[in-house]
Design a binder for this molecule. Structure first.
Ligand SMILES: Cc1cc2nc3c(=O)[nH]c(=O)nc-3n(C[C@H](O)[C@H](O)[C@H](O)COP(=O)(O)OP(=O)(O)OC[C@H]3O[C@@H](n4cnc5c(N)ncnc54)[C@H](O)[C@@H]3O)c2cc1C
Ligand code: SF4
Length: 483
């Protein structure tokens, strides 16, 4: 019998959950989208055209079974929809909130061009939030007892958390070491609450803790233990430390008072959201006071055009800045950040100054040079070049550097000179096994890819857990002394 519930895209318009008005949402750090009501989620899910080859699924890094869970949602079978979506993802409600869907699943939906894509991310978030509310999210199911073997995971971000969950499911003893005082990595301290409320992350962490995964917080590998010590303690080690070395702004005055790093700024704001007393932040040997990390009443200039810059400008608006400008050396069409986030920032009162690069920073202002875009190079990108005669000064009491991140020097920090790295400082791994140059030491997430996305960290966590499982099985079959 033909399915009459689906393929409603011709007579049902695309409708994302409504956003709160800019004026109201900039008064707090809560998420800006209201949740779907159930009827709306079912109605939107029914727009799916149930393609034979679902490009949304192909372009989702997790290859989530999107058409099937959309169909179950349209049929009102929400618990089954949740189970299907959870079968491929350890954090569907988080990806549903913060994936750049326009570049991934929704950007490849076949009805996108003519009718507007199915609102996949919003439905995914709805399904799993509903599952949490109804108690359908069950404790982690441990399938066997393999606790005689243990895995040490360095880094409690999405890559480390995903690997921890899946390895615990297999029955291994799992210990997670993280230098922050809370787990979650950039989900907790990088990404602001208006994109991802912290309770959503913490309930995931609690579920892992309840499964017997041991979290060692405030534990910095390199300071509190060497990599060699962790290798001696565990049968396998996973490095999932992310990338934290901020790219610099190479202009006079870039290191003076009133110039701060994006991640210091965002971390302080997220800490304030937890109710922590932020007195100062010490990173990269620079101590920044709490007052310096608060935009209230200040003229703020953020340098950069990626997602981190968008998070900074929108945080500054919420802190009550007198004005917020974003300086980017390319134009809107060539900015790396998501178009959706850029639109949110503009609605909230941020001024974008395109084709402008800082030339010098002094107390009270940033002097900037006008730029123009040259002809496209072999990589297809148009390099920015100086457009003579267009210098100007933007008033600034607080300047936030948001130019992206590179890998820290892990071989140096871990006292492990044999740990192989690429020329970008990311860890070199065997593509098939995800093992580093050190036997039994694996790596996953941003520390392998360079700065990337949460959904890719989850995917890598899933893949590396399977590789570590295989490795540990082989260790049991062929004990080390016999090998
Ligand atoms: C401001 C900002 C906004 C972002 N917004 C988005 C977004 O909207 N959508 C999206 O998909 N992606 C976004 N990203 C990217 C995303 O957050 C990352 O790609 C993802 O978190 C990488 O996961 P990970 O597990 O590899 O590393 P991380 O999340 O960085 O976690 C690494 C963990 O390792 C710990 N660690 C590091 N070194 C040590 C050590 N020596 N000892 C012990 N612990 C250590 C850290 O404390 C951290 O907890 C954003 C990134 C930033 C910076
Ligand atoms: S995980 Fe991300 S890319 Fe995959 S379906 Fe969900 S929102 Fe889309």
């Amino acid at each position: 019998m033909a399915d009459t519930r689906m393929l409603k895209f011709t007579d049902r318009a695309q409708a994302y959950p409504p956003k709160r008005e800019a004026e109201a949402r900039t008064q707090d750090f809560l998420e800006i989208a209201r949740p779907y009501i159930i009827a709306k989620a079912e109605e939107q899910a029914a727009r799916c055209s149930q393609c034979g080859v679902p490009f949304c699924q192909v372009h989702c890094p997790l290859h989530n079974n999107i058409p099937d869970w959309l169909k179950l949602t349209a049929e009102g079978r929400l618990e089954e929809a949740y189970e299907l979506s959870a079968a491929t993802s350890t954090m569907p409600e988080i990806c549903g909130r913060i994936c750049p869907q326009d570049r991934l699943c929704e950007g490849n939906c076949v009805i996108e061009k003519d009718f507007g894509s199915v609102t996949i991310g919003a439905v995914e978030k709805f399904i799993t939030d509903t599952a949490w509310e109804n108690g359908w999210v069950k404790p982690v199911r441990i399938l066997a007892d393999r606790s005689a073997q243990s895995v040490g995971i360095i880094g409690a971000g999405p890559a480390g958390m995903t690997a921890a969950e899946l390895l615990r499911t297999k029955g291994y003893a799992v210990h997670v070491y993280d230098r922050y005082d809370r787990a979650g990595g950039l989900l907790t301290y990088g990404i602001p609450g208006f994109k991802l409320e912290k309770s959503v992350v913490m309930r995931r962490v609690d579920r892992l803790r309840d499964a017997g995964i041991v979290f060692h917080q405030d534990f910095e590998v390199g300071r509190d233990a060497t990599l060699a010590e962790l290798r001696a303690k565990h049968d396998a080690v996973l490095v999932a430390t992310g990338v934290y070395r901020p790219r610099g702004v190479d202009v006079p005055g870039a290191d003076t008072a009133g110039v701060v790093e994006a991640l210091d700024y965002l971390t302080a704001s997220n800490r304030a959201g937890f109710g922590d007393l932020v007195t100062s932040v010490a990173a990269q040997a620079v101590v920044t006071s709490a007052a310096a990390l608060d935009a209230a009443g200040k003229h703020v200039v953020v340098i950069g055009g990626g997602d981190t810059a968008m998070d900074c400008v929108r945080t500054a608006v919420r802190q009550g800045a007198a004005s917020v400008k974003c300086l980017y050396r390319r134009d809107r069409a060539n900015m790396p950040g998501s178009v959706r986030e850029d639109a949110h920032a503009e609605e909230e009162g941020v001024e974008f100054v395109w084709l402008a690069a800082p030339a010098a920073i002094a107390p009270g202002g940033v002097t900037a040079t006008r730029m123009r875009l040259a002809q496209a190079g072999p990589d297809g990108r148009r390099a920015p070049e100086i457009a003579p005669g267009g210098d100007f000064t933007a008033a600034a009491d607080l300047v936030i550097k948001a130019l992206g991140f590179d890998a820290e020097d892990l071989p140096g920090m871990f006292n492990a000179p044999d740990l192989g790295v690429t020329r970008w400082g990311t860890l070199r791994v065997d593509h098939a096994t995800m093992m580093t140059s050190l036997p039994g030491v694996f790596a996953a997430g941003d520390i392998v890819r360079g700065a990337s996305l949460v959904v890719w960290a989850v995917r890598d966590g899933r893949d590396v857990a399977a590789q570590i499982h295989q490795y540990l099985r082989a260790q049991v079959a062929v004990p080390a002394q016999a090998a």
